[in-house]
Design a binder for this molecule. Structure first.
Ligand code: MGD
Ligand code: MGD
Ligand code: MO
Length: 759
């Protein structure tokens, strides 16, 4: 079927380009969720899974980290959550026969969609050095092999432990324990490529690396919500329900984005009569078409105006902040032409936005990757924090900072210690709990991990989930780096390219997914996760596992540890692997905020972790106060004839998992090889809508980075700013092109030129 979103073909015809949609979800969304679900799971499994998703006794949606409202709707899932579940609960299987049939070379010729679409991994597989095919291996042998290679390393710092944000709290905790007991802090994670800039800036300014709002703040208390650099219609669709509630109360919503995203224009809630009838709710009252990376200038302009107008909360500033005087001087010195040029927004529009801000006492700023993946991301988010602090919009109902997280448990993994530079207080607690001295030297983050592998400094690379070589920048450099490692190990649910760009030896250790029952010798187990609003709750799968040979993430990690050191009373890996309550007991002792973990997590909806800034206006910063900063404006030089390029998600993918080839809301069908360009730029560059071009990134290291054969799509993106899809465009991002301070790849500001297609 030509339009089947999950077809087996990986030969793609030309993409079809139609009109972008002006509203998100509604009945077509329900249609698409059901179609996916039925295709992958069949009717019985579809009902069993979709009805249990995000329910108090069910499993946490494995897709995004949007929180659950208190009063759960009958079907609290969205189109993209349904796709994520169907993708995991599929009936297709990748077994030993599949690997016998397909060589690595064979598999490399297929695209990312095809690879994952082959189905669930079913048993451990081993790729010996020099082999062309993976072969089956017993679990015990696999664990021994990993233990042997780890033991043979001359230094523990030659091991790298990567984590993707779907891992549960329990798995993440034992994983960091394994790494630290071994003696390394080399714990890169997907957060390094994601919200690291938010964590860095918020820790500096508010003393907590997480957001300061709750679900209720957004849905029921806020008066004005700014949504900057986030596309909730696609990436956090359930957020639209909260925004709809906010609108019904009369809250005002402003979208700040180079693109007019469908979900921010209008939302047709499939769970309300209004939505079903197709009327829908208009979401954004205003859209500001910002330049890529221009939010820093925009917020600086706003801050300048608020100070000049005296529209600030002087009492709040005096009691809870420092840095105001210095910042105010810097804002006063800013020139409007520079603010306008960098932000792409006129002074009049910024003045009008300042009017809105002045008129509303409870303001929330929501953001995601549009703010975090630029050279100036950390200063940008500090500027956002200043904006909130100037009017006391922190620690009061309906106001605050809302970095909307990506992976469903990426925030929880950090809380559990997945970080290359955990503070000493955490490491001390590990020492006191387990009786060994964890390493103190900071480890590799994601970008540094690639550098280390490239330079031959890594013997073992383990991945707890994810698809590292495809997700990280500079694909060619990254895949080449992987090949210099001794052993690469992937703990995943589905086949992906990380299993093909391997070290000299490789292992695939397949694990249970969120939807599946996890029964151990100690009985039925559940795991826990933390959402974007710091709510910790349980997740319990119900489906029969995809194969009888699968193990849980926890069992796999503990299996490796047990093969390394055996089990002792102090560190009893065998018990940890069967009774997850024993892991939660350790978490309770080590991680602040988890007292009475086991009891509290059984409470319907779970419990909320403490947050000084939000709960009590206490700020764990260097000075004990929240810090108001003005940040020098940085200019990214874009030479004449060039464009600034961002890489983003289509409506039909979850990160490197490509469900299909349509980007419905943007009017694209059957293809991902498109580049969205402003019509004025198309003319100025002498190109034509529909023409094929190569994107070439402009770098100074002499390496040519080229993404060939994209179709130019005329699109209302901010002039000078183009867009194409992630992860394909990672070939264009140099490894050393990173955000200052957070080291996050600058995936949303790449200087490129467009050349007529070479082939
Ligand atoms: N269905 C689905 N859900 C997902 C994911 C997925 O792939 N699919 N991924 C998950 C993950 S890990 C994450 S991190 C989140 C990502 O969620 P998002 O951050 O929404 O994801 P992106 O597609 O990267 O979109 C970035 C948005 O920011 C805008 N933008 C880009 N640059 C700028 C800028 O300089 N300024 C401003 N103001 N806007 C800008 C883009 O136009 C786009 O609308 O979603 C999570 N949820
Ligand atoms: N150019 C560019 N690059 C980017 C981004 C961008 O916007 N632009 N975004 C960045 C962001 S925000 C992120 S978060 C990273 C994402 O980077 P990753 O987290 O590494 O990548 P994913 O695509 O989310 O990982 C998908 C794989 O996870 C495995 N998996 C799925 N479910 C489970 C499970 O329950 N357990 C285990 N163990 N494995 C599972 C499956 O095998 C699947 O193939 O990419 C980053 N890279
Ligand atoms: Mo992410």
């Amino acid at each position: 079927m030509a339009n089947d979103p999950v077809s087996d073909q990986d030969e793609r015809p030309d993409p079809q380009v139609g009109e972008p949609e002006h509203a998100a979800v509604g009945l077509p969304g329900v249609y698409w969720s059901m179609k996916y679900a039925m295709n992958e799971m069949g009717p019985k499994r579809s009902l069993q899974t979709l009805l249990k998703m995000n329910h108090i006794d069910g499993f946490d949606c494995p897709s995004c980290a949007w929180p659950d409202p208190d009063r759960r709707k009958a079907a609290e899932f969205c189109e993209n959550g349904a796709k994520a579940v169907a993708w995991e609960a599929t009936r297709k299987r990748v077994d030993r026969d599949f690997f016998a049939e397909h060589s690595i070379k064979d598999l490399l010729a297929h695209d990312d969609h095809w690879l994952e679409h082959q189905g669930r991994l079913t048993e451990p597989m081993y790729l010996p050095a020099g082999a062309t095919h993976y072969e089956p291996i017993a679990w015990e042998d696999a664990f021994r092999l990993v233990a042997d290679r780890l033991r043979a390393m001359p230094s523990p710092d030659r091991a790298i432990f990567y984590t993707s944000g779907r891992a549960s709290n329990e798995a993440a905790f034992v994983y960091q324990l394994l790494a630290r007991k071994l003696g390394t802090n080399n714990m890169p994670d997907c957060s390094n490529m994601c919200h690291e800039s938010s964590g860095t800036a918020l820790t500096q300014t508010l003393g907590v690396g997480k957001g300061t709002v709750t679900y209720d703040d957004i849905a029921y208390q806020s008066r004005l919500i700014l949504i900057a650099g986030q596309n909730p219609g696609t990436n956090h669709p359930r957020m639209l329900t909260a925004l709809e509630d906010a609108k019904k109360r009369g809250a005002k919503i402003v979208s700040i984005n180079p693109l007019p995203e469908a979900g921010l224009v209008k939302f047709r809630n499939p769970q309300t009569p209004r939505g079903i009838s197709g009327v829908g709710t208009k979401i954004a009252d205003k859209h500001l078409s910002v330049r890529l990376g221009g939010d820093q200038a925009l917020f600086a302009g706003l801050n300048k105006l608020l100070v000049e107008r005296g529209a600030i909360d002087a009492d709040f500033i005096a009691r809870h902040t420092d840095g105001f005087e210095v910042a105010a001087e810097a804002w006063a010195a800013l020139e409007w032409p520079q603010i306008e040029a960098l932000s792409g927004i006129s002074r009049a529009e910024i003045e009008a936005l300042a009017d809105d801000v002045e008129a509303h006492d409870r303001v929330i700023v929501c953001w995601a990757m549009g703010l975090t993946q630029h050279k100036n991301s950390v200063p940008t988010i500090r500027e956002v924090a200043s904006f909130l602090l100037l009017r006391g919009n922190i620690g009061r109902p309906g106001a605050g900072a809302a970095p909307i997280r990506g992976h469903s448990n990426v925030q929880g993994d950090r809380t559990m210690g997945i970080w290359e530079k955990m503070p000493d207080s955490f490491l001390d607690a590990i020492r006191d709990e387990f009786g060994f001295e964890p390493p103190r030297e900071h480890g590799f983050d994601s970008v540094k991990a690639v550098g280390a592998m490239r330079d031959g400094k890594a013997d073992v690379f383990l991945a707890l989930g994810g698809n590292f070589p495809v997700a990280i920048s500079d694909t060619e450099v990254a895949t080449e780096a992987m090949s210099r490692v001794g052993l690469t190990v992937g703990i995943q649910t589905k086949l992906n390219r990380s299993h093909l760009h391997t070290g000299r030896e490789a292992l695939i250790l397949p694990c249970l997914g969120r939807t599946e029952r996890d029964v151990t010798a100690a009985g039925d187990q559940f795991v826990t996760v933390e959402d974007s609003m710091s709510m910790v709750h349980s997740s319990r799968g119900r489906l029969i596992p995809g194969s009888p040979h699968l193990k849980s993430e926890v069992q796999i990690i503990c299996g490796i540890a047990d093969a390394l050191w055996g089990s002792t009373p102090e560190l009893d890996w065998k018990t940890l692997s069967t009774d997850y309550a024993t892991i939660r007991k350790h978490i309770e002792h080590v991680v602040p905020g988890f007292h009475a973990f086991e009891e509290r997590v059984k409470h319907p909806g779970g419990f909320q972790l403490p947050n000084g800034a939000r709960d009590s206006l206490s700020f764990e910063t260097e000075t004990g106060k929240a810090r108001i900063t003005a940040n020098p404006l940085e200019t990214l030089e874009v030479p004449a004839g060039h464009l600034l390029l961002q890489t983003l998600r289509s409506h039909d993918q979850f990160n490197t998992t490509i469900y299909g080839y349509d980007d419905r809301y943007r009017g694209i069908k059957q293809g991902r090889n498109v580049v969205f360009v402003n019509p004025e730029d198309i003319t100025a560059l002498g190109l034509a809508d529909g023409q094929r071009v190569d994107l070439v990134s402009v770098t100074d290291d002499g390496r040519e980075r080229r993404l060939p054969g994209l179709r130019v799509v005329s699109y209302p993106t901010t002039a000078g700013c183009a867009a194409t899809y992630y992860p394909e465009a990672n070939v264009l991002v140099p490894l050393d092109s990173v955000a200052s301070e957070s080291n996050t790849p600058t995936s949303k500001s790449i200087v490129v030129r467009l050349e007529p297609a070479s082939a």
